[in-house]
Design a protein around this ligand. Structure first.
Ligand code: UD1
Ligand code: MG
Length: 426
């Protein structure tokens, strides 16, 4: 079928998906609360209000239904002949079909895993392992249909290593890690109203713009960008509907289900659309947040269960949440990271108490070695807390807005790198 007609049908189906998600969420909200699937909004005065969790599952299910209904469209013949009224078998593109099915399988697995996480509160180890397994069908199909593991070397390095390098299995490892990263990266920029769905929407729209530019302009890869568009348009539609209900003050939470669903959808289009590196450029804030979080994620310093900002009832504003560290209990690497972050002024850091109850410490204090057993408070290492450290306490809504503006600016930067700087190096 004509590609433009395919896109138009996809747009129509996406609009329907938007409408259904918008209407379905208020309908099923109470069912989730009844099933004990609710959370308490930590940054609100009323701590008794139950907010339905995991509403990403509604968005995810509507998305899957729409995609299942859409499957035949790209494969339908525009001039049906005889018995082959739907598909012209000799023209049937088996490899694209396999990609479609494996992509939906991986997304479906992640929605399931996200829901399991919301219900069971899985360990971090499991959260890392399961996306890797969910990507295997995708990698298998990538291997069979495309199997390109060669990367072009940047110009300054070509004298050393040549024009291109075949990474072989290492490339597959990179693709698997990309899926793990995407699924978890959104989940750790979370905890304030609208931020998970908001970042999903901005990244989704950025990918759509990129696909349209490439679809119109590129000669050989247009099919990959059409494939990506088919997946991203309905995704953006269900995300927008979810964001409507998740925006401040949230009527529902998106849950880990949405974070994993979004992450896997991005990974799928990046891998099968053959633009995984450009896709990562749209994740600049998430990459920064991940690197910034590393000392806590890898337990060099304490990582509290929740790192979302703290709420001040009197002013109705949020401020950076903190974790505690004791001088004599902090691992050397942890202390080094915090020292670097303090020098870069990326954290707020203050002494909470002198632990001078111990007579030994009194001696040390007397001899000038002060603070050997002191307790300090340091702001949690997330981009959300960083905004609050830099701009000071503010209403939760404005934190989300600032973060989404940063995400949009990073999209502009990504396009500048992709179409400006990269041309110099490649
Ligand atoms: C991740 C973060 C954690 C953060 C949490 C917030 C890491 C390693 N983990 O954990 O630091 O606190 O997300 O989602 O970075 N909530 C709100 N307002 C919101 C959204 C969520 O108060 O707008 C609270 C609710 O109590 C909700 C809970 O966060 O029930 C959901 O947390 P969950 O998604 O289970 O946390 P994790 O993904 O494990
Ligand atoms: Mg979460």
């Amino acid at each position: 079928m004509n590609t433009i007609i395919q896109i138009l049908i996809n747009c129509l189906m996406s609009m329907t998906a938007f409408y259904i998600t918008l209407k379905a969420i208020p309908q099923v909200r109470q069912l989730f609360i009844k099933a004990n699937l609710f959370g308490i909004d930590q940054c609100k005065q009323n701590k008794d209000k139950k907010v339905a969790e995991s509403q990403g599952v509604v968005a995810g299910c509507v998305y899957l239904v729409v995609m299942f209904l859409f499957i035949p469209i790209p494969f339908t013949s525009s001039q049906p002949l005889g018995n082959e009224w739907l598909f012209t078998l000799e023209d049937f593109r088996h490899e694209v079909f396999a990609q479609f099915i494996s992509a939906l399988l991986s997304i479906c697995c992640m929605i399931f895993l996200g829901f399991a996480d919301d219900v069971l509160d899985l360990r971090w180890r499991t959260k890392l392992l399961l996306p890797t397994i969910a990507t295997l069908p995708l990698l298998m199909v990538y291997g069979i249909t495309y199997n390109n593991t060669t990367v072009i070397v940047p110009k300054p390095l070509r004298d050393l290593v040549g024009y291109s390098v075949n990474l072989g299995p290492i490339y597959y490892l990179y693709l698997a890690m990309l899926a793990v990263f995407c699924t978890n990266a959104i989940n750790i920029v979370a905890g304030i109203n609208g931020i998970e769905a908001g970042q999903g929407l901005v990244i989704g729209l950025s990918i759509i713009v990129y696909n349209i530019i490439e679809f119109i302009g590129s000669s050989d890869q247009w099919q990959c960008h059409l494939f990506s568009l088919h997946f991203m348009l309905p995704f953006v539609a269900v995300t927008a509907a979810l964001l409507y209900h998740n925006w401040y003050p949230s009527q529902v939470f998106v849950g880990d289900t949405y974070c994993y669903f979004a992450g896997m959808t991005f990974a799928v289009v990046g891998i099968l659309g053959h633009f995984s590196k450009t896709m990562l450029l749209f994740f600049i804030p998430q990459v920064f947040n991940f690197l910034f979080s590393c000392p806590q994620l890898f337990h060099f310093v304490d990582c509290p269960r929740h790192r979302l900002p703290k709420y001040d009832v009197k002013t109705d504003r949020v401020y950076a949440s903190t974790f505690r560290l004791k001088t004599n209990e902090t691992k050397p690497l942890g202390a080094l990271f915090i020292a670097i972050l303090r020098t870069l002024r990326l954290v707020e850091y203050r002494k909470v108490s002198d632990n001078d109850a111990d007579p030994k410490n009194k001696t040390l204090v007397a001899t000038g070695v002060v603070g050997v057993n002191d307790t300090y408070e340091c702001s949690n290492l997330t981009i959300i807390n960083l905004i609050l450290v830099k701009f000071g306490p503010m209403n939760e809504k404005y934190v989300t807005i600032i973060l989404l503006i940063i995400q949009c600016l990073c999209t502009c930067l990504a396009f500048f790198i992709r179409y400006g700087i990269s041309r110099i190096f490649y």
